[in-house]
Design a protein around this ligand. Sequence first.
Ligand SMILES: [Zn+2]
Length: 174
Amino acid sequence: MFTARTTCSRRMSVAAPSSPHATATMKANRGVDTRPEQLLRTMLHARGLRYRVNLRLKVRDVAVRPDIVFTRRRVAVFVDGCFWHGCPEHMSWPKSNGEFWRAKIERTRQRDQEQDRVLREAGWVVVRVWEHEEVDQAMARIRKILENSPRLGVGETLNSQCLPHGRARRKQAS
Ligand SMILES: [Zn+2]
């Protein structure tokens, strides 16, 4: 399971590495990547589901990069971090620079809504998973949606354009 709290405390309890060697050791000891997004990918893959990661889509001039994309079924999955996307259950506004964070998170939420809208208008099914969601529940939700989404045949269009990876800018947060 993953909850925002355990994820955060785990992250915070990791001390800063003191040397490159320490960094390498820490990486090796970390084992399976436990970030919610990665955990979900691993589980989807284990269930035999195949998807594209960080595929850049261009839908009606809006660039969208869902975390997980099922291209043939036109299902786009976003895993939203509780802080950055303003989860109503776990949002605690920072006390310092409150205005700044409020505006920033509000912009992120507006962008999320805009992306959902253009994707849906182009025939995509959008799934938003909160970082705090139980991975099993998220899996069940995604599998049900996939079952109800007809698979496109080869040559059928996506109503959207996949962009090459090359010029992709890294997302600051998610
Ligand atoms: Zn949350």
